[in-house]
Design a protein around this ligand. Structure first.
Ligand SMILES: [Zn+2]
Length: 368
């Protein structure tokens, strides 16, 4: 069951039919960051455990609308990342992200984005030990399955990225399926990371990368030079019709995150229109929906679907298409995808549809 949240950054009108639809809908989570998933109460408890005074209360730390400035968001992310230090901490935040932050919202499978550089001084094996144990316990208790994407911090050097991939290869775990690229795109053009991505490819790791604010050209670099099999965000692809056509033909997946991208003004102009997501859907691109950094942006996996139902009038068929697209886009092998799709379809069949939105009245000009 989805619990009501009193901390949504983007409140919507109460609509029981939409709420029932989005709560029951199955979800596949391909764009959710571990550090961004830590609930405020857990932040407070980790700060107490490690004797770290917080500059503001944990609730106040998540000042959603201040993240229009990406630098402020990344600063808060660093504060939270620095409080996750030992295997028990990583176990706790992973478990909570996958259960109360995942399974309770109908998430069946998540590819969790990790950011080792966000936990300064923590050895990669320590992180890995905790997150793998947390994921195992979450699956035992709720049935939710998780694998992992190791994120390179694009604000650092290409050499640091290679070192991180070497760590991933040295401490290889079956659950770590690939690598990603995150933090501020403006400070880390994708071409800087070709060597790290080629190393990952040689070792059979899958590849994705963020492109939230960069030009369409960055998406081309991610596909052609970094060998990405999907793109995180990627809203600016629709500025280039030829590239859009290519991505439609090649079924390149885009992992869109409505609430966080609206606040960051990547998928619209911060007005809740989600204009670029609508354009991507209308162009026929393979779009998936997730919640990025849910508590930090005042959202959750259900609420991102709810927001699109209200803003764009999407109903069960379109919302279920996002979930089916995420099954296609995920990095599980084909037999696991087939089994996952069967679970998705069984849940979609139980999902009540909400009535179609009432069209806005057409204003007619006075003939006089
Ligand atoms: Zn992200």
């Amino acid at each position: 069951m989805t619990r009501p949240s009193t901390t949504w950054s983007t409140p919507v009108p109460t609509d029981p039919a939409i709420d029932a639809m989005v709560a029951t809908l199955p979800k596949i989570s391909l764009h959710c960051h571990l550090i961004g998933s830590v609930a405020p109460q857990t932040v407070a408890e980790l700060a107490r455990k490690h004797g770290v005074p917080l500059e503001r209360s944990a609730e106040d730390l998540y000042d959603h609308h201040s993240y229009e400035d990406l630098g402020e968001f990344l600063r808060v992310l660093d504060v939270v990342g620095s409080l996750i230090r030992d295997p028990d901490d990583f176990h706790r935040v992973t478990y909570e992200s996958l259960t109360t932050g995942g399974a309770d919202h109908g998430v069946l499978y998540r590819e969790v984005h990790l950011s080792p550089p966000g936990h300064a001084g923590v050895p990669y094996p320590t992180l890995l030990e905790g997150v793998l144990a947390g994921a195992r316990d979450a699956e035992t208790d709720t049935g939710v399955r998780a694998t992992f994407v190791v994120g390179i911090c694009r604000e650092r050097s290409g050499a640091a990225a290679v070192e991180l991939v070497e760590q991933v290869v040295e401490h290889r775990a079956d659950e770590v399926l690939g690598i990603g690229l995150d933090y501020a795109e403006v400070n880390g053009p994708p071409g800087r990371f070709v060597e790290a991505y080629r190393l990952a490819a040689r070792h059979g790791l899958r590849r994705t990368a963020h492109s939230e604010s960069g030009p369409p050209r960055h998406v081309e670099v991610l596909l052609d030079e970094l060998g990405c099999s999907r793109i995180d965000h990627g809203y600016h692809v629709v500025d280039d019709p030829a590239l859009t056509r290519r991505c439609v033909e090649e079924r390149v997946p885009f992992t869109c995150t409505p609430v966080s991208s609206d606040i960051g003004r990547y998928s619209g102009s911060g007005d809740g229109s989600h204009r670029r997501i609508a354009e991507m859907v209308d162009a026929g691109l393979l779009v998936t929906i997730d919640s990025d950094d849910p508590p930090m942006f005042g959202t959750d996996p259900t609420h991102d679907y709810r927001v699109l139902a209200h803003a764009l009038g999407y109903r069960r068929d379109q919302l279920a298409t996002f979930t089916r697209s995420a099954v296609e886009a995920c990095w599980l092998d084909d037999s696991d995808k087939t089994a996952l799709l069967a679970r998705v379809e069984a849940m979609v069949a139980l999902t009540p549809d909400a009535p179609a939105p009432v069209p806005a009245p057409v204003l007619q000009e006075d003939p006089a």
